[in-house]
Design a protein around this ligand. Structure first.
Ligand code: ADP
Length: 401
């Protein structure tokens, strides 16, 4: 009986132990949540304080002695308030506002710009009454940068237009002076034609670029056959290739498709092929190839020409940037070709990549999203014989083609 009692006590203790263990081992999410005390609704003053703290503008309030009585963290980030003191220019503007009673704008851009500080800060200072003024400051770096780019662009365009226009004027005078000499008239006449063509190209490319950069809506995207783009671009470049003694080697048709605008894609690819011709020695070869790479279609143009030094590889896509301006002009270049390629690719949701090595050559690759309905792995994509060189040196073929 004693033994039975012992077993019963032991069993009871075990059950209790298991129950306690279970209770202790319970995961926190299983615990019954204590009802959180209801947070009181924020007052209007609380909300105002939050707005003041969170706004993107740097805000500071100054008293009539120029002391900062209130400022938000953004005002410190923008350098309006440093170590509890207002920027000297802001303090002067505040005094002026208190005297005149009218708001003023003041430039608070850092005098020694470095690190994460914005490059340009503009502030509006207004009277708040009773000897207080308020400074509202904003980071205007992006607007200043855009304005500088616009100014540079206008200056560059004016310069680029002036050169051929000036040349045409001088050549026309030369024609008039040589009116009795048919050989000279022909010589100058040919030069006038070249300059007029250069002017025409420049205007055409400027219009293309302004369309691409959003001045006009892009045409509706269509399903475009990549082979048609390649064929059209090559037929545009055939004459210049022949006169430069360059052989163009092209891979087999791929059947690949992209969503895009045929005219723009042909313009972009022709720009790349024209460049490959212009920056290669006579008797060399230029290859054009296409392939599927995951969800991308790549069209690559490889040359064995002068190549581009690493420090210039980013800059060649900027408008009017040329590594060698004299060479670019001699080939009738406008300095806009690669900027157009970059924008065409970007507007198609793609990009242009460059691999280049001075003295070895360059590969420019247009990467465009493949047309969605296409088989992800068409035969041409896996055929190593037709694979395009990509932007890696190892992929540039020893023999082009
Ligand atoms: P450009 O009308 O001067 O050719 P682009 O915008 O097409 O203008 O090219 C910008 C510059 O990039 C060229 O002036 C040239 O210096 C360089 N560049 C472009 N393509 C090539 C290439 N295939 N090989 C070497 N340099 C090139």
């Amino acid at each position: 009986m004693d033994a039975l009692l012992c077993v019963a006590i032991a069993a009871g203790a075990l059950v209790l132990g298991v129950l306690v263990g279970l209770r202790r081992g319970r995961r926190p999410e299983e615990a019954t949540p204590e009802p959180a005390p209801a947070a009181p609704d924020p007052t209007v003053a609380d909300l105002l304080e939050r707005v003041f703290r969170e706004t993107d503008e740097g805000l500071a309030v100054l008293n009539r002695s120029g002391d900062v009585v209130l400022h938000n963290p953004r005002a410190a980030e923008l350098g309006v308030v440093r170590g509890g003191q207002a920027d000297a220019r802001a303090a002067t503007a505040s005094q002026q506002v208190l005297l005149s009673g009218s708001p003023v704008d003041v430039d608070l851009s850092p005098l020694d710009h470095r690190g994460r500080q914005p490059a340009a800060v503009m502030a509006h200072v207004r009277p708040l009454g009773e000897g207080y003024s308020m400074i509202e400051a904003a980071d205007t770096s992006e607007a200043v940068r855009l304005e500088a780019t616009r100014r540079d662009f206008v200056a560059n365009v004016s310069h680029e237009l002036k050169t051929p226009v000036g040349a045409i004027g001088l050549l026309a005078e030369a024609v008039l002076d040589a009116a009795d000499d048919p050989a000279e008239v022909r010589r100058f006449g040919t030069k006038i034609l070249n300059e007029a063509n250069r002017l025409g190209n420049l205007v055409t490319e400027l219009i293309a670029l302004s369309r691409l950069t959003g001045a006009e809506r892009l045409p509706e995207l269509q399903v475009v056959d990549v082979d048609e783009v390649v064929q059209e671009a090559l037929s545009r470049c055939r004459l210049s290739a022949e006169s430069a003694g360059i052989e163009i080697i092209v891979d087999r048709p791929s059947g690949l498709q992209v969503d895009g605008d045929l005219t723009l894609l042909v313009t972009a690819l022709s720009n790349l092929v024209e460049n490959a011709i212009n920056y290669s020695p006579a008797d060399s070869a230029v290859s054009v190839s296409r392939r599927r790479c995951g969800k991308w279609v790549e069209i690559a143009v490889t040359d064995r020409g002068i190549g581009i030094a690493p420090e210039h590889q980013q800059r060649v896509f900027e408008r009017f940037f040329r590594v060698d301006p004299a060479r670019s002009r001699a080939t009738g270049g406008t300095g806009l070709g690669l900027a157009i390629v970059k924008h065409v690719c970007a507007n198609h949701g793609g990009e242009v990549r460059l691999w280049s090595s001075p003295g070895t050559g360059s590969t420019f690759t247009m990467r465009l999203p493949a047309h969605a309905a296409q088989d992800p792995a068409p035969a041409a994509a896996s055929d190593p014989g037709t694979a395009a060189p990509t932007s890696r040196p190892a992929d540039v073929p020893d023999r082009v083609g």
